[in-house]
Design a binder for this molecule. Structure first.
Ligand SMILES: [Mn+2]
Length: 360
């Protein structure tokens, strides 16, 4: 898909020019791509449309350490949805999501004027006044970087760093569904990035909790043929499902990963596949049909089930999504094998070090 023309971008700016206040909404539990897109767009609105009152709103939490560092180190002002009244804004923008996709909230009857996304276009999005939805792009940050370039705006280094990381993170370092456009936007942004801050975002100090969670996920992982399934017992932060799914699908011999667990009255799940042109998004949609919402991209997707709602229809929604996943992925029922067998010894005593026991 060609780059958006300057003329088209002017149309976007015309929709906000002279408006009192603009709300940019990310998706629930925003990831780096949606945070960066909102931050970049806020910058564009300020520099190119003279709008200073732009609020970035989000639902859920910013739980992943990388994302928290990104917001803190780059000074991105993110306002929780509970603290905003969407109806009071003159213009509402959605980035990296679309209405009714299940991962973004708006009061009844309130619609976004502008939608900029890279998930498959939904019918209900068609009545927005400005739609730039590029399913083929690896990230929305790529689109926002293109806008900055087309408008020949001076580049803010924090914005450049955020967008660069947004692209990097959504495409897993250009390895996941990245196109030439993503690469070109990255190269354009790179000279302006704040490398030290970026390193602190990408390689953060992690809370002890992270390692405990990782242990519990590995302990609960089962291999079914070329698929790995992990039921996460307690989700400490909602993004961890996707975070660990990204890790597990890297395992040799594995082509599919399904991670799921309960969080705040919902079942959250992530689907990953190493096979391109496999519709993880379609699969995510299919396995929650009638009981929840799901969707995403070719190789990575996710979804959510409201447990109380689902229980009105079915007895065990967790069992249903697992069964449906397995039915699609390994139709010839394979016996699951635990990733770590109980025979493998897990030491609960510290090693002896230099206390003289080593020759025993
Ligand atoms: Mn994205």
């Amino acid at each position: 898909m060609p780059i958006q023309s300057k003329h088209e971008i002017e149309k976007l700016l015309d929709l906000v020019k002279g408006k009192k206040s603009v709300l940019i909404l990310t998706h629930e539990n925003p990831d780096p791509d949606s945070i960066a897109s909102a931050f970049g767009l806020k910058y564009i609105f300020r520099k190119a449309a003279g709008i200073s009152s732009v609020t970035i709103g989000y639902t859920g939490i910013i739980g992943r350490t990388e994302n928290k560092n990104m917001v803190n180190l780059l000074g991105i002002d993110m306002v929780p949805y509970e603290k905003i009244s969407p109806r009071k804004f003159s213009v509402i923008v959605m980035v990296d999501c679309q209405p009714y996709a299940g991962n973004v909230t708006l009061p009844k009857g309130v619609k976004p004027t502008i939608i900029i996304d890279h998930h498959p276009l939904r019918k209900t999005s068609m009545d927005a006044e400005y739609i730039d939805v590029r399913k083929d792009f690896g990230s929305v940050s790529t689109i926002i970087a293109q806008y900055i370039r087309q408008l020949e705006l001076l580049i803010d280094r924090k914005v450049a760093t955020a967008l660069f990381y947004g692209i990097k993170s959504d495409t897993r370092d250009m390895g996941r569904e990245a196109t030439d456009a993503d690469v070109r936007s990255s190269i354009f942004l790179f000279p302006y990035t704040l490398q030290k801050k970026l390193a602190k975002i990408e390689h953060p100090r992690l809370p002890v909790e992270y390692f405990r969670e990782m242990y519990s996920v590995l302990k609960n992982s089962f291999v079914y043929g070329d698929a790995i399934v992990a039921r996460v017992e307690s989700i400490k932060w909602p993004e961890m499902i996707g975070e660990f799914a990204d890790e597990l699908v890297q395992m040799e011999g594995i082509q599919w990963c399904f991670c799921y667990g309960r969080y705040n009255g919902s079942i959250l799940f992530s689907v990953r596949t190493t096979r391109s042109r496999h519709m993880a998004g379609v699969l995510a949609h299919k396995i929650v049909l009638g009981i929840g919402t799901g969707g995403g991209h070719e190789t990575f997707a996710g979804g959510k089930i409201d447990v109380a709602q689902a229980l009105k229809k079915v007895k065990d929604p967790e069992e249903i999504i697992l069964k449906r996943f397995l039915k699609e992925i390994c139709p010839n029922e394979t016996e699951p094998r635990p990733l770590i067998s109980s025979k493998e010894e897990i030491s609960e005593v510290p090693p002896n070090g230099s206390n003289g026991n080593k020759n025993k």
